[in-house]
Design a binder for this molecule. Structure first.
Ligand SMILES: Cc1cc2nc3c(=O)[nH]c(=O)nc-3n(C[C@H](O)[C@H](O)[C@H](O)COP(=O)(O)OP(=O)(O)OC[C@H]3O[C@@H](n4cnc5c(N)ncnc54)[C@H](O)[C@@H]3O)c2cc1C
Length: 385
């Protein structure tokens, strides 16, 4: 398919075929990822936003930060910089009418990019709560922003984005544990295999490490993590954060298809909703390479994609996810349910929904557990391959 912005389309435009190119531009990922808001949309956002003036070089947010707003450029420009390779590169420069953000504006995870004002710049800042509200309550504008967020992430990953680095052996259980956790939680990362990658020795030396320290997780300018627990990795990327000390309307235990469905319906009805999962959204379905019998997907869908879409849909309506969060106990106090996590954290709820699915029986073979993650697997996704 031709795309606007490709040489052929530009040539056709000069051959006076503008209608074809305008139509095709609607399908161009660049066009979808970086749309301009019209005056009416900017005026509507201005009603709920704060105006901010920035000097040249002033940062709006830095890679690694989380929970900041959504910015619309009114004048000047905002450069988006991706620093994960150690050699910062420009992703785009937002012009007046354009806006910042990607899916992590909704997930609350740490952002992969930094944003810096170029020239004297004025922006509208919309809070992350308000942007979620807009996505679910203002259909036309909400859809435009959400499509842009999703497409930006796809373009970033396709552009060779390195993201978080996991340095470790393909025959190490801990390396597999971390890779599997990141992949199932859809955190972009690059795995550097110490067994096969010739750059490894040099890379480890540069960080002042040896192979004995692996697996090592490197994330932006943060301190390196040496053989971290899954929870430490989750905290660094923003998947696991302390939950609010309040009574939630609905707490869902388990983020398989059942839990994700309940999260979408609960939060879209305005319930304050939290989903706790000991591993990642998707549950068993997340391990399926193709699901052919899920309603609404006539050509099938991979479990990872189904989980990713459902998670984003729930987050759009304000659902809060926390992984890994292992629910270890349930008590009833003052008319509320209180769930206890395995690390002692407690979450209170007016109603709870337990959707913990099934545990598969494992092979009854001596020493099996030593080989789980290093030869014995329970799924066939790219991580296991
Ligand atoms: C490889 C594979 C392929 C499959 N393919 C298909 C298919 O093509 N079509 C089909 O119809 N079905 C398929 N299935 C079955 C389907 O995936 C399941 O029926 C479905 O996932 C069940 O959904 P669920 O939400 O009830 O539970 P689950 O998917 O089991 O999710 C339960 C979730 O609860 C979490 N959890 C459990 N205990 C706790 C706790 N104490 N604290 C916190 N979290 C907890 C788990 O981590 C898990 O994420 C497949 C299953 C697998 C494994």
């Amino acid at each position: 398919m031709l795309k606007a912005g490709s040489g052929i389309c530009d040539a056709r435009r000069s051959l006076a075929a503008p209608v074809i190119c305008v139509h095709m531009a609607e399908h161009d990922p660049q066009h979808i990822a970086f749309p301009k808001l019209d005056d009416g949309q900017i005026a509507a956002l201005a009603e709920i936003a704060v105006r901010r003036r920035l000097r040249d070089g002033e940062a709006l947010f830095q890679a690694g930060e989380s929970d900041f707003g959504f910015f619309v450029v009114l004048s000047g420009a905002v450069e988006i910089i991706e620093p994960s390779s150690g050699d910062p590169r420009t992703v785009t420069v937002h012009q007046p009418g354009e806006f910042t953000g990607d899916v992590d504006t909704l997930t609350g995870r740490s952002t992969a990019v930094s944003a810096v004002a170029r020239g004297d710049t004025e922006v509208l800042e919309v809070s992350s709560d308000d942007i979620r509200r807009i996505l679910s309550e203002w259909p036309t504008l909400g859809e435009r922003i959400l499509q842009a967020f999703i497409t930006r992430r796809e373009l970033l990953v396709a552009s060779g984005f390195l993201g978080l680095r996991v340095i470790g052996s393909g025959t190490s259980r801990d390396t597999f544990r971390i890779r599997e956790f990141l992949a199932r939680n859809q955190v972009p990362f690059t795995w550097i295999d110490t067994d096969t990658d010739p750059r490894v020795g040099e890379l480890l030396r540069r960080f002042g490490l040896s192979e004995a320290d692996t697996p090592v997780v490197a994330y932006g300018s943060r301190p390196l993590l040496r053989n971290p627990t899954t929870r430490q990795v989750a905290e660094v990327v923003g998947l696991r954060r302390a939950l609010a000390q309040k009574v939630y309307d609905l707490v869902i235990v388990g983020a398989g298809p059942a839990g994700l469905g309940a999260a979408v319906y609960g939060s879209s009805e305005g319930l304050s909703t939290v989903v706790l999962d000991e591993d990642a959204p998707g549950g068993q379905a997340g391990a399926s390479s193709k699901i052919e019998n899920y309603l609404g997907f006539p050509t099938g869908i991979s479990g990872a994609e189904l989980a990713g879409r459902a998670t984003l849909q729930a987050q759009k309506f304000g659902t809060w996810f926390s992984t890994p969060s292992v629910v270890a106990g349930l008590e009833f106090r003052n008319g509320h349910s209180v769930l206890r996590l395995d690390d002692g954290e407690r979450v209170s709820a007016r109603s709870i929904l337990i959707a913990t699915g099934a545990d598969y029986r494992r092979l009854d073979v001596p020493g099996r557990d030593r080989f789980e993650g290093v030869g014995v697997y329970y799924a066939a996704t790219p991580t296991e391959a």
